[in-house]
Design a protein. Structure first.
Length: 388
């Protein structure tokens, strides 16, 4: 069978197996257990926040945040046009209106200038997405949020360990939502986390997460709540992954730097940009090809796939999706980036030879007359020579 270099895969070791096995043997396999408490406590400490609340997914964490803030019908929430669809969907879940704005051309994160122009009397919150692991311009956004009395919510689903002006993602807004899906920097299979320093918000979110059941009167519910809890088994996996997060971040940095060293001289290619004062988690290695159309981008992805290299397109602009197509916004940066960008393999355990092989393949595609990289030792190297 032809080998494929995947875009992402988790790193599971004996540590994860041991913790999950311990959780299974404890008998606490559902939404109670010591690993849940430990995961929440350790994650809050890691982010530098007072509280962390585990949830069933990153999407449920975002939804829970909006509900806990009382955002609903008639309200508006400002969202970057370039992000995963869940960021907008949670706004529609509460019957509010997502207002899409353009992104910064370098970081691809929400552009504060466009945010300010989009604020109206109906605006209640800004969701700042740390896209592909790079922190949004949170200092500027925080000033705007305070000026207009808005909630500032971090969508940090892709940014575990990212840093902005000395503070970690998760501690940059009023609250933050993380995802632990299988392709994230740390995983619990499925799962998410809300972080905050606001005790009132934390208690409200926890109450709603647990079916809105009275802490004093079991099975007494005063309003509609949700079952957005994580299991002890998932938390056990998350605890082990969190213990390894520093190593994961170093690996991601090293993977990106190896890509950069091989590809930075190709003039029409752009890799992840990192703003001064920020530190990216490099969740995904991003490759954007200047002046490309979506069709040309797809042709590149097909070329890579035929040579055993997985890739993914950037997210589509949310305003281009059928259910949001009537938003009538002008976001040229988001649309251009979406048409030109792909994500390259960047999982933790990929070898230097695999990165070299991918870069060699890209050099052959963009600069066929100039080979700047020594032929790799990857098992796929022979195939690329045959394929030409």
């Amino acid at each position: 069978m032809k080998r494929c270099i995947p875009i992402s895969q988790p790193s599971i070791t004996d540590l994860e197996v041991a913790y999950v096995t311990d959780a299974v043997k404890s008998g606490w396999v559902s939404s109670q257990g010591d690993y849940i408490k430990k995961f929440e406590r350790n994650f809050a400490e890691y982010c530098g926040t007072r509280y962390a609340l585990s949830t069933a997914s990153g999407t449920t964490a975002l939804h829970l945040a909006l509900v806990s803030y009382g955002i609903g019908s008639g309200d508006e929430v400002i969202v970057p046009d370039l992000t995963f669809v869940a960021t907008a969907n949670v706004v529609t879940y509460v019957n509010a209106k997502p207002v899409f704005v353009d992104v910064d051309p370098k970081t691809l994160c929400i552009d504060p200038d466009h945010v300010e122009r989009a604020i109206t009397a109906k605006t209640k919150a800004i969701i700042a997405v740390h896209l592909y692991g790079h922190p949004a311009a949170m200092n500027v956004l925080r000033t705007l949020a305070q000026q207009y009395n808005l909630y500032l919510i971090e969508d940090a689903a892709e940014a575990h360990g990212a840093i902005h002006n000395g503070q970690r993602a998760g501690n940059l807004g009023d609250c933050a939502a993380f995802s632990f899906y299988g392709n994230k920097l740390i995983t619990s299979g499925e799962g998410g986390m809300l972080t905050t320093n606001d005790e009132g918000f934390y208690r409200r979110a926890k109450y709603l997460r647990d079916h809105a059941m009275s802490p004093q009167r079991r099975y007494w519910h005063t309003e509609v709540g949700y079952n957005y809890r994580i299991t002890n088994l998932q938390a056990a996996l998350g605890v082990a992954q969190l213990e390894r997060i520093d190593d994961f971040l170093v690996k991601k940095q090293n993977i990106f730097e190896r890509y950069r060293s091989h590809l930075e001289d190709i003039s029409n290619l752009r890799l992840n940009f990192v703003e001064q004062g920020s530190k990216s988690s490099y969740w995904m290695v991003c490759l954007q090809v200047d002046d490309y159309s979506e069709k040309q981008r797809d042709q590149l992805m097909t070329f890579l796939k035929k040579r055993g290299i997985d890739s993914r397109p950037y997210f589509y602009p949310l305003s281009a999706l059928p259910m949001y197509a009537d938003s009538a916004v002008h976001t040229p940066i988001a649309h251009t980036a979406a048409a030109q960008g792909i994500n390259l393999p960047s999982y933790f355990d990929m070898s230097d030879a695999d990165i070299d092989y991918i870069c060699q393949t890209l050099v052959r595609y963009f600069v066929p007359t100039k080979l700047t990289i020594a032929l790799p030792t990857s098992p796929l190297a022979e195939e690329v020579l045959v394929a030409g």
